[in-house]
Design a protein around this ligand. Structure first.
Ligand code: NAD
Length: 326
């Protein structure tokens, strides 16, 4: 098990005996330089920022690895074609708690709007001024949801309580969601009419940089953009230009294009080398968290249980209901 942090240990360890799993805890992130640590293991368990490209998978095949168990929903970092060619099965945890991510996205919207991050910092300095903290009522605003799968749908349900108008875009619209009053529209209209745009689609070739200079140009001045999905959905340079021009009024990111060199590590003693990331930190209207949207007790327990169940099922039957097709 690569990229193991304390929370991974705490979630998996109590279940290991029940599943008859012998786990080797490997703290390093998975990459070509660490892949050989999988020697002697049938199964590799990896996470969102591990590197699972052709070279790493070739290494695994040479070591006799049979299964790659992703302990996350997204699998954009896995070269599925190579895995299939090498006969390495890939399983994932498709749903562990859509509530965790949807609640985090909603939390980011409220925090950015009412500027809790700024007022808390001020308050601790003894500054009780309200200047610069003016928010807006959510009620009556238009929220655009891109991707109405599990997380997007849960977020729509939560937003209904705020009496907002919800516009949605998905390649496969949900009839059930339409019945709740959500209106599916083309992306262009969603961009033009939304006060808040929240991203809940997977990262694919089609969605890479879906937020770019052209989509930003179509949006309302002062729009709020929330990304709790995958960093590369947003062209970071374009959004920085948008922030500088005032086109983007608020930006909430739980994920970042180049996060793999930063997130999940304590780098507080180091000089951050990523100038783009540091530029983002300098905006008062940007709120960032380090890929923590999934991180609730319920979600983590589900991740551990489902991952071990996926592995057992695959080893016993040669496949799994949570197998990822190439
Ligand atoms: P899901 O598969 O249930 O839903 C994804 C939706 O996106 C589907 O309805 C699909 O039709 C739609 N979609 C696919 N391609 C699209 C496109 N080109 N344009 C618009 N819509 C498109 O997935 P989910 O469980 O709702 O998760 C969504 C994403 O959230 C995941 O792919 C993952 O990247 C991300 N995620 C992030 C965290 C976190 O901690 N930040 C945790 C879990 C998931």
């Amino acid at each position: 098990m690569f990229s193991t942090k304390a929370w991974v240990h705490q979630a998996f360890e109590p279940l290991a005996e029940r599943f008859g799993a012998e786990i080797t805890w490997l703290e390093p992130r998975l990459g070509l330089e660490t892949a050989s640590l999988a020697a002697g293991h049938e199964v590799v368990c990896a996470f969102v920022n591990d590197q699972l490209d052709a070279a790493v998978l070739e290494k695994f095949a040479s070591l006799g690895v049979k299964l790659l168990a992703m302990r996350c929903a997204g699998f954009n970092n896995v070269d599925l074609k190579t895995a299939a060619r090498l006969g390495i099965g890939v399983v994932r945890v498709p749903a562990y708690s859509p509530y965790a991510v949807a609640e985090h996205a909603l939390g980011m919207m409220l925090c950015l709007n009412r500027r809790y991050h700024r007022s808390w910092a001020r308050l601790k300095e003894g500054n009780f001024s309200l200047d610069g903290l003016l928010g807006f009522d959510m009620r009556g605003k238009t929220v655009g949801i891109i991707g109405t799968g599990r997380i997007g749908q849960v977020l729509c349900g939560m937003l209904k309580g705020f009496e907002v108008k919800i516009l949605a875009y998905d390649k496969f619209p949900s009839a059930a969601l339409t019945e709740t009053g959500v209106e599916y529209v083309e992306l262009q209209r969603l961009y033009e009419e939304s006060d808040i745009v929240s991203l809940h689609c997977p990262l694919t070739q089609e969605t890479y940089h879906i937020i770019n200079e052209y989509s930003l140009a179509a949006m309302k001045k002062g729009v709020m953009i929330i990304n709790t999905s995958r960093g590369p959905l947003i062209d970071t340079d374009a959004v920085i230009e948008g922030l500088k021009a005032g086109k983007v009024g608020y930006l909430g990111l739980d994920v970042y294009e180049e996060e793999k060199d930063l997130f999940f590590e304590d780098l507080s003693d180091q000089v951050i080398q990523d100038d783009v990331f540091v530029r983002l930190l300098a905006f008062p209207n940007v709120l960032m968290t380090a890929h923590q949207a999934f991180f609730t007790k319920e979600a983590v327990d589900n991740i551990a249980e489902t991952t071990l169940e996926n592995i057992r099922e695959f080893l016993e039957t040669g496949t799994s209901k949570n197998r990822v097709a190439s």
